[in-house]
Design a protein around this ligand. Structure first.
Ligand SMILES: CSC[C@H]1O[C@H](OP(=O)(O)O)[C@H](O)[C@@H]1O
Length: 350
C-alpha cells in the first residue's frame, strides 16, 4: 500500500479529499464535485486538522464558485458569500477554517475584475497559495523546532498534527520529521487519542511510513510513561491560540500539559501564525466543538456503553499558557513573556 498520501489533491480542475475516517484500513478519496461534499467531509472529519480544513474549505469555495450560474459580479459574490458561510459553519474551534475563507473573500473583494470566469481563476490561485504557503510554513516550523530536539529525544505527541492535518509535512510531526531528516534518532510516543483515535490511526501510520520509530500508547498511559522518565518533551499541534498564549487543541491535551508540568517536561506547541487568533484575549473565549455522543459510546459500530447513558463529548480543550513552554511557528520559537502577549510578536505579521 502506497502510504505517502496527501490529504487534499487538486488536479485536472477537480478536488479530491483523502477520507481519513477510513485510515489506516483503506485509502479512499472523496470526489468533491459539489461544495457541500466538502462541507460534509469537514463535519465528519474525513478531512481534519486545523490547516487542512482551512485549505480544504478554500478549495471547496472554488468548487462552489464553479457551481454559481451568475453573469454579473455582484450576484456571484453574494452567492459565494453564502457558500463561504456554509463552509465556515462546519466546525467552530479551528480558527484556520474561517481564516482561510475570509482570506479568499478578501482576495475577491480586492480584485477589480468584473468577469466571473476571471474571478473564478483568482479564487483558485488564492486556494493554491494557501495550500503551498502551509507546506512552506510547516517546513520552516520544522527547521526552527528540530533545534529543540536533541539526538535520541523521546517525544510524546497527542492526536495527529502531521501531514494529514495540514497541506503537507505537518506541524508537530513536521518538527519530528525535520529532526529525523537531520539524522537525529527520535522516538515518538503517540497517544491513541480517544474517542476518534487520530493518534492510533493517523500518527502511528504517518510515523511508520516515514521510518520514524513510534510506540502507540493509550491516553491513560501518558502519566505513567512520564513517571518512568521515558519522555523528554511533548509536542502537539493547535486549533486556535489566543492573544495570551492559551491553546485549544484536541481533547486530552490539557491533561498531558498538566502531567508534563508536574514532571518538569517541556511542553511545546507547533502551529502556523494562521492558528493564532489575536481577536480573542484568552482561551475562555474559544468556541469548543461538542460532537455526537455516539463517538464515545460506540466503536466500529458496536456499543461500548449502555443505552441511555449521558455523554459529554467536547472535541477540544484549552491549555492555559502557563503550561506551555514555547510555541513553535514558521517565524521562530516564541517563549514567555512574549508567549503571553502574542500581539507583540506577531501582530504585524498576521
Ligand atoms: C495541525 S492542527 C491538528 C489539530 O487538529 C486536530 O483536531 P481534529 O482531528 O478534530 O481536526 C487536533 O486538535 C490536532 O492537534
Amino acid at each position: 500500500m502506497n502510504l505517502s498520501m496527501e490529504a487534499i489533491i487538486w488536479e485536472h480542475n477537480r478536488l479530491r479529499l483523502l477520507d481519513q475516517t477510513k485510515l489506516p484500513r483503506s485509502i479512499e478519496y472523496i470526489e468533491c464535485n459539489h461544495y457541500q461534499t466538502v462541507a460534509e467531509a469537514i463535519k465528519k472529519l474525513a478531512v481534519r486538522g486545523a490547516p487542512a480544513i482551512g485549505a480544504a474549505a478554500a478549495y471547496g469555495l472554488v468548487v462552489g464558485a464553479g457551481q454559481i450560474e451568475a453573469a454579473d459580479r455582484q450576484t456571484f459574490v453574494a452567492k459565494l458569500a453564502d457558500i463561504a458561510r456554509e463552509l465556515g459553519d462546519t466546525r467552530p474551534t479551528a480558527v484556520n477554517l474561517r481564516w482561510a475563507l475570509d482570506r479568499m473573500m478578501m482576495r475577491l473583494a480586492a480584485a477589480p475584475e468584473q468577469d466571473v470566469q476571471e474571478l473564478r481563476r483568482i479564487l483558485l490561485d488564492e486556494a493554491h497559495a494557501i495550500y503551498q504557503e502551509d507546506i512552506q510554513s510547516n517546513r520552516q516550523m520544522g527547521e526552527f523546532g528540530q533545534a529543540l530536539l536533541p539526538d535520541g529525544a523521546r517525544v510524546l505527541t497527542h492526536c495527529n498534527a502531521g501531514a494529514l492535518a495540514t497541506a503537507g509535512y505537518g506541524t508537530a510531526l513536521g518538527v519530528i520529521r525535520a529532526a529525523h531528516e537531520k539524522g537525529k534518532q527520535i522516538h515518538v510516543f503517540a497517544d491513541e487519542t480517544r474517542p476518534l483515535l487520530q493518534g492510533a490511526r493517523l500518527t502511528a501510520w504517518e510515523m511508520l511510513q516515514a521510518g520514524i520509530p513510534v510506540t502507540l500508547i493509550t491516553d491513560n498511559m501518558a502519566g505513567y510513561l512520564m513517571a518512568k522518565q521515558q519522555v523528554d518533551c511533548v509536542i502537539v499541534g493547535a486549533d486556535r491560540i489566543t492573544a495570551n498564549g492559551d491553546v485549544a487543541n484536541k481533547i486530552g491535551t490539557y491533561g498531558v500539559a498538566v502531567l508534563a508540568k508536574h514532571h518538569n517536561i517541556p511542553f511545546y506547541v507547533a502551529a502556523p501564525l494562521s492558528t493564532i487568533d489575536l481577536r480573542l484575549s484568552s482561551g475562555d473565549e474559544i468556541p469548543i466543538e461538542e460532537r455526537d455522543p455516539r463517538e464515545v459510546t460506540h466503536h466500529g459500530g458496536q456499543a461500548m456503553a449502555p443505552e441511555g447513558v449521558q455523554v459529554w463529548n467536547p472535541a477540544f480543550d484549552v491549555t492555559p499558557h502557563q503550561l506551555v513552554t514555547a510555541i513553535i511557528t514558521e517565524q521562530g520559537v516564541i517563549y514567555p513573556p512574549y508567549l503571553e502577549n502574542l500581539a507583540k510578536v506577531c501582530g504585524n505579521n498576521k
